[in-house]
Design a protein around this ligand. Structure first.
Ligand SMILES: Nc1nc2c(c(=O)[nH]1)N[C@H]1C(S)=C(S)[C@@H](COP(=O)(O)O)O[C@H]1N2
Ligand SMILES: [Mo]
Length: 443
C-alpha cells in the first residue's frame, strides 16, 4: 500500500473497470486480463493473468523450505522465517508471458491464443537473489542459476525448470519474492515464493520455487532446450526452425497497448475523449515516449505519459482526441525506449509465437451505428468427438485444442510433443485424429 500511496495512484480499478477475466484454459488454469486492466498502474491480484503448465501444487508453509545448492561453498535450507528476516526490497515490475499477443501472429502458431492481456504490473517484495547466493557462497565457474518449483508434471512431461545466466541472477532487481501488491503471494501466483526477473519474459519467473541450484554448466533440461526458444536470425513466417538455430527467450521488447477505446466501439462526433494505454520495455532501457496516429500511420503525435515512471513497471499514457469525421477509424500507438528501439509495424514471426510487440491498433467507428462488439460464436462441429480425444483431455481441457488454428504439419508436431509427454496415440490413430482436429478448428 505504501508504495502505491507514495505514487499517489489508485490501487484498484474504479467501478466502471471491474471485469471478468478471459478463461483461455480451465484446466490447467490460464486466465487473461481484458484490455480495461491497462487502466491501472498496479494490476490488482484478481485482474492479474495466470499461466500454469500443470496444476497448482499444495504447499504446506510449515514444512516449506528453499533449498540452495550446487556450485556453492555452503548449501542452504531456508524457511520462510529465514527469508523474511533478511533485508527486503520492493520493486514494481511488469510480468509478461513470452507468448502474450500470440493470437496476432500470421500464420498462426500453436499455444495459448492470448490477445494482449497475458501481462500485468505487480509490486513485488522479497529478498535479492544475489543476497541468498552470497550467503551460499557461489564458487568460481558459475554460469547459471536453475530454479525448480513445487508443481508436479503430468505423464512423462518434463518438470518445469528454468535457468537464468549469472549476471541476470546477480542483478539487484532480481528477487525471490514472497509478497505481491502488499500481500503474501496468492497461490496462483506462486505462494510462498517466486522468482522476479524484471524486464524478462514470464517463463523465467518461477512460481512455487523450492530449489535454487548454482550451475557450472548451462542447464540442458527439456524446458531450456526445447521451449521458449527464439530464432537467432529472422525466419520466413510459417517455417520450422531447428532448436540449434534458436536461443532462449530473455528480455521483453518495447511495447504499447491501447486500453481505451476498445475495438468496435462507436464514438460520437465532436465529443473529446482520451485514448489511453500502457507501455513497457525490457533490459534495453526505459519507455521513452509513446506516439499516437489517427490517420493510419501518416502522422504521429506524442501521447502524454502519466502515472509513475519506474525502471521495470509499465507507463500509463493518454492522448486527447476529438473525433471529427464520420466513418471507420484506425487508432495506432507506438512506443520507443531510451535505446531508440521502436515498436515495429509487423512483429517478427517466430515458431513459438513469442515477444509479439507490433504497433498497437484499435479499429473503431465514429458517428455511426454501434457495431456489435459480441465476438462471433465459435463454429460448432456437428459430430461426436472421436474416442481418442479422451486421451488428450486427461491432461488438459479441450478448450486448449479448440482455440488453435494449425495446419496439418503443425498438428503433427504438437502430437509428437504430446506423445513425448505420455499421450498414447498410435500411428493408425494419428491421421483420423488430425482430420478431426482440422475440422474442429475450422481449417
Ligand atoms: N513453477 C512454475 N512456475 C511458472 C510457471 C509454471 O507453470 N510453473 N509458468 C511460467 C510462465 S510461462 C509464466 S508466463 C508465469 C506466469 O505467472 P503468473 O501466473 O503469476 O501470471 O509464471 C511462470 N512460472
Ligand atoms: Mo508464459
Amino acid at each position: 500500500m505504501a508504495a502505491a500511496a507514495a505514487f499517489g495512484f489508485r490501487q484498484r480499478s474504479d467501478e466502471a473497470s471491474r471485469f471478468e477475466m478471459f478463461v483461455r484454459s480451465k484446466r490447467p488454469e490460464d486466465l487473461e486480463m481484458p484490455a480495461a486492466g491497462f487502466a491501472d498502474f498496479i494490476t490488482p491480484v484478481d485482474h492479474f493473468f495466470v499461466r500454469t503448465h500443470v496444476s497448482v501444487p499444495n504447499v504446506d508453509i510449515a514444512s516449506w523450505q528453499l533449498q540452495v545448492d550446487g556450485n556453492v561453498a555452503n548449501p542452504l535450507m531456508l524457511s520462510m522465517g529465514d527469508l523474511r528476516s533478511m533485508p527486503s526490497v520492493e520493486i514494481v515490475a511488469v510480468l509478461e508471458c513470452a507468448g502474450n499477443s500470440r493470437s496476432f501472429f500470421d500464420p498462426p502458431v500453436a499455444g495459448i491464443q492470448w490477445t494482449h492481456g497475458a501481462v500485468g504490473n505487480g509490486r513485488w517484495r522479497g529478498v535479492r537473489l544475489a543476497d541468498v547466493l552470497k550467503r551460499a557462497g557461489i564458487k568460481e565457474g558459475t554460469v547459471e542459476i536453475l530454479f525448480d518449483g513445487a508443481d508436479v508434471p503430468i505423464g512423462t512431461m518434463a518438470d518445469f525448470q528454468r535457468s537464468i545466466p549469472l549476471a541476470k541472477a546477480l542483478h539487484p532487481d532480481t528477487l525471490l519474492a514472497y509478497d505481491m501488491n502488499g500481500q503474501p503471494l496468492p497461490i496462483k501466483h506462486g505462494f510462498p515464493l517466486r522468482v522476479i526477473v524484471p524486464g524478462w519474459a514470464g517463463d523465467s519467473w518461477m512460481k512455487w520455487v523450492t530449489s535454487v541450484r548454482v550451475l557450472s554448466e548451462p542447464s540442458t533440461g527439456w524446458w531450456m532446450k526445447n521451449a521458449y526458444l527464439y530464432p537467432l536470425q529472422p525466419v520466413t513466417p510459417g517455417s520450422t526452425v531447428p532448436p540449434e538455430a534458436m536461443t532462449p527467450v530473455t528480455s521483453l521488447r518495447i511495447k504499447s497497448v491501447i486500453s481505451f477505446p476498445s475495438p468496435s466501439m462507436s464514438l460520437p462526433i465532436g465529443k473529446p475523449i482520451a485514448i489511453r494505454g500502457a507501455a513497457w520495455s525490457g533490459d534495453a532501457g526505459n519507455v521513452k515516449d509513446v506516439s499516437v496516429s489517427i490517420d493510419r500511420g501518416r502522422t504521429w503525435k506524442p501521447a502524454r505519459l502519466t502515472g509513475p515512471a519506474t525502471r521495470f513497471g509499465w507507463r500509463l499514457w493518454e492522448f486527447a482526441w476529438t473525433p471529427s469525421s464520420q466513418g471507420q477509424h484506425v487508432l495506432l500507438a507506438r512506443a520507443s525506449d531510451s535505446k531508440g528501439n521502436v515498436q515495429p509495424i509487423v512483429a517478427e514471426w517466430n515458431p513459438g509465437g513469442y515477444l509479439w510487440n507490433a504497433v498497437a491498433r484499435v479499429d473503431i467507428s465514429v458517428g455511426g451505428v454501434a457495431q456489435t462488439a459480441a465476438p462471433p460464436e465459435p463454429a460448432r462441429l456437428n459430430e461426436p468427438a472421436p474416442q481418442i480425444l479422451q486421451r488428450c483431455v486427461v491432461c488438459h481441457d479441450d478448450d486448449v485444442i479448440r482455440q488453435q488454428r494449425l495446419t496439418r504439419a503443425q498438428w503433427n508436431r504438437e502430437i509428437d510433443k504430446m506423445i513425448n509427454w505420455g499421450a498414447r496415440v498410435t500411428p493408425e490413430d494419428r491421421e483420423p485424429l488430425i482430420d478431426y482436429l482440422l475440422r474442429l478448428t475450422g481449417k
